[in-house]
Design a protein around this ligand. Structure first.
Ligand code: EPU
Length: 338
């Protein structure tokens, strides 16, 4: 690779983030082969420019102007690589679109990923925030990942334990400027059992001919009925994490609203519903300048047109302080500000 030739100056990222924020980068580059990375970092060091890495741009709030190099992971490839007694191991390169990987695995007759259908973004980004939906989480199926370590310049394999997965969290989110996920391996059970422990899926249990395909179709229909499509209403999915609080902290809220959604955690704390808290704070459909809270789902922040990072930050601060004042609960953003 000739990094000089591959760096695209004044790179427009407005169509590369699902919030459609107006964002530019001094340079952009598509990474089609992991071997480009050490060359890119050497070139960036020579120019004294920072490098940030983007997957599908579906969980980021991009700065209006980035004075550095934005590397877009565009490596491709997915395959079945091993059959074990209990699981089938599949591998995907970082730039693969997550939903295409889910559809492909289901077409191969493999179950396990169907509850995670239609999540925007790439395979390489999936472990960063440990994507999850409808009672399933990436961590449940994760086998390993090949990871580029920017500190050492080397590539290592991370096991599930190395990734330190938690709810919408991992070591990659913790240390976001250090690691780049190059590929992931997932272990899909050969003895497939549908995971229907979620409102909207439970009624499928009566269907004797259930397949990964039919569960996937239901998940797609559920998501489409609840969440605004980012192509029509630019958004980054859930904008806040569902807060996990102590039983004492939740007590006043539950005394006032005994039916408020709350889910006991293994450590005794309670997971509350951020969407419910935001709606009850009167903010569903609220607008601040060019951005606002979706009128369909209170957990989703929408760019109505022309929004930038500062507009999103102002809205997020308003939502957090309103919910804190009303319920004494601190919300935390789910997407990463870059
Ligand atoms: N709710 C409201 N008002 C709203 C939206 C939700 O009151 O406007 C309440 C309802 O009571 C509902 C509850 O919130 O029962 C939960 O809502 P929902 O089932 O839509 O799930 P969620 O907790 O808001 C989480 C994930 C989603 C995932 C869904 C389904 C987080 C932060 N979000 O949302 O993930 O699709 O469950 O499993 O955990 C994402 O991370 O980008 C994402 C979309």
């Amino acid at each position: 690779m000739n990094p000089q030739a591959s760096l695209i100056p004044d790179f427009d990222l407005s169509s590369r983030n699902t919030l459609a924020l107006r964002a530019r980068s001094r340079f952009g580059i598509a990474i089609e082969n992991a071997a480009q990375l050490p060359i890119l970092f050497a070139e960036a060091a020579r120019r004294a420019l920072p490098v940030r890495v983007l997957g599908g741009g579906s969980n980021v709030v991009l700065a209006a102007d980035f004075d550095g190099i934005t590397a877009l992971m565009a490596t491709r490839g997915k395959a079945i690589i091993e059959q074990r007694e209990d699981v089938t191991i599949i591998e995907a390169q970082a730039g693969e679109t997550w939903h295409d990987l889910v559809c492909w695995s289901v077409e191969q007759g493999l179950g396990g990923l169907e509850n995670l259908a239609l999540i925007p973004g790439t395979a390489g980004a999936a472990p960063v925030q440990n994507i999850g939906a409808y009672g399933a989480e990436l961590a449940d199926l994760f086998e390993s990942a090949m990871v580029y370590d920017r500190n050492s310049g080397g590539t290592t394999s991370f096991t599930r334990a190395d990734c330190a997965f938690a709810y919408r969290h991992s070591v990659f989110k913790e240390d976001k400027d250090r690691y780049i996920v190059l590929s992931i391996r997932l272990a899909l059970p050969r003895d497939w059992r549908p995971n229907l422990n979620f409102a909207g899926l439970a009624e499928l249990a009566d269907d004797p001919a259930l397949t990964p395909q039919s569960v996937m179709e239901r998940v797609i229909a559920l998501r489409q009925s609840k969440l605004p499509d980012w192509r029509l209403h630019p958004n980054a999915g859930s904008f806040f994490q569902n807060p996990i609080v102590s039983a004492e902290m939740a007590a006043p809220l539950l005394a006032e609203f005994p039916a408020a959604p709350h889910f006991p955690q293994p450590d005794g704390r309670l997971k509350l519903s951020a969407g419910w808290l935001i709606e009850k704070s009167g903010l569903k459909g609220f607008r601040l300048g060019p951005v606002g809270i979706s009128d369909r789902h209170a957990l989703v922040v929408v760019n109505h047109g022309g929004g930038q990072q500062a507009d999103i930050a102002a809205l997020a601060n308003h939502v957090k302080s309103t919910v804190r004042t009303r319920f004494g609960v601190q919300l935390h953003e789910e997407p990463v500000f870059l």
